[in-house]
Design a protein around this ligand. Structure first.
Ligand code: ADP
Length: 162
C-alpha cells in the first residue's frame, strides 16, 4: 500500500539538516509532503513564498516530494490529504520532549496518524535555521549549513536584513 508522509516545519530558511531528513523520507516512503508552517506567532525572516521557492529548488531532483504551505491543525490537514505519518528529525535529547508530546497529541486528534522520528545525521545534528540566520546576518560563512543551490540567495537576504 502506498504511503504518504509529511515533514512539517518553519524552514526559515531551509538547512542541510532539513534536506537530509526530506531526502531520507523520500527514499523510505512513496510520497513526501513538505509543509511550510504559516505561524502567526512568529515573525519569519523569509516570507512564505521565499521559503517555498528555496525548498522547491533544494528538492527539485526528488520527484516524489511536494511543497505546500499550511496553516491550522496539522492532524486535520493530514486527515484531509490522506497522510499516514509525520516524519521528524531528532537532533538532540532536547528535541525529544516537545516532539514526543506533539506525537501523542496528534495521535489523539487523528488516531490513524503515526509519527516517525529519524535520527539527525551526525554532520547536521547541531544545525538549526536560527543558527543560520544569526551567523549569516553577521556575515559569517554558512556554506556548510545550507544547500549549495540556494546559498547565495540566503546570504543575500540575510545580509540585506542584517
Ligand atoms: P528549526 O528548528 O531549525 O527552526 P524547523 O521548525 O523548520 O527548524 O524544522 C522542521 C523540522 O525539521 C524539525 O522538527 C526537525 O524534525 C527537522 N530538523 C530541523 N533541523 C534539523 C537538523 N539539523 N537535523 C535533522 N532534522 C532537522
Amino acid at each position: 500500500m502506498s504511503k504518504t508522509v509529511i515533514c512539517p516545519g518553519s524552514f526559515d530558511p531551509v538547512t542541510r539538516g532539513h534536506l537530509d531528513i526530506i531526502t531520507r523520507a523520500s527514499k523510505m516512503f512513496d510520497r513526501v509532503i513538505v509543509a511550510v508552517l504559516v505561524n502567526s506567532s512568529k515573525t519569519p525572516t523569509f516570507s512564505i513564498d521565499e521559503r517555498i521557492q528555496l525548498l522547491g529548488e533544494t528538492v527539485q531532483e526528488l520527484s516524489n516530494v511536494e511543497i505546500v504551505s499550511f496553516d491550522g491543525l496539522l492532524a486535520e490537514y493530514c486527515r484531509k490529504r490522506g497522510v499516514d505519518a509525520i516524519v521528524k528529525g531528532l537532533r538532540a535529547v532536547s528535541d525529544f520532549e516537545y516532539e514526543f508530546q506533539m506525537a501523542i497529541a496528534n495521535k489523539k486528534l487523528n488516531p490513524k496518524l503515526e509519527t516517525v522520528f529519524l535520527a539527525a545525521d551526525a554532520d547536521s545534528t547541531y544545525l538549526s535555521s536560527s543558527m543560520v540566520r544569526e551567523i549569516g546576518s553577521m556575515g559569517g560563512d554558512i556554506s556548510n549549513f545550507v544547500p549549495a543551490c540556494v546559498h547565495d540567495r540566503i546570504v543575500a537576504k540575510l545580509t540585506k536584513n542584517g
